[in-house]
Design a protein around this ligand. Structure first.
Ligand SMILES: [Zn+2]
Length: 139
């Protein structure tokens, strides 16, 4: 039986955001239409030589078997794979690092899979764990 879906969603493993990311995907009309990959540090995996092949392999399989058109990369605030928020002097610095790595991951993905569109998102949360996902749009 042939089965296809539109997207691959790459998130961090962080359990704190599973539900919020699923809710967001539902709001976006993506539910039941995406392959889900969770790797600690999400986008960071494309940039580390140790994990790059693992991340690319998931895209290759998803593309070949399910014909995905879009890759959604979700970075998140306080990511342990980056040392958490405490590793940065400010939220602006932290956010800039995620944005930079998302950009690098997008370039690598497009280099290998020119047919795939890439959407880059950063998840933030407040003290009450109210979560927000914002897409980084091209200027
Ligand atoms: Zn994380």
């Amino acid at each position: 039986m042939s089965h296809t879906c539109n997207s691959l969603l790459l998130t961090c493993i962080d359990f704190r955001f599973n539900e919020a990311i699923r809710d967001w995907a539902k709001e976006q009309g993506l539910i039941k239409d995406f392959d889900l990959v969770s790797l600690a540090g999400a986008q960071k995996n494309f940039l580390d030589e140790d994990t790059k092949s693992v991340a690319l392999k998931q895209l290759e399989i998803s593309s070949r078997l399910h014909g995905i058109k879009t890759v959604l990369l979700v970075a998140h605030q306080d990511c342990g794979a980056y040392g958490g928020s405490k590793a940065f002097a400010s939220w602006d610095e932290e956010k800039a690092k995620y944005a930079e790595d998302l950009e690098k991951a997008e370039s690598l993905i497009k280099e290998r899979f020119s047919i795939l569109a890439v959407r880059k998102l950063i998840l933030t949360f407040d003290a009450n764990m109210n979560v927000e996902l914002k897409e980084i749009l091209k200027p």
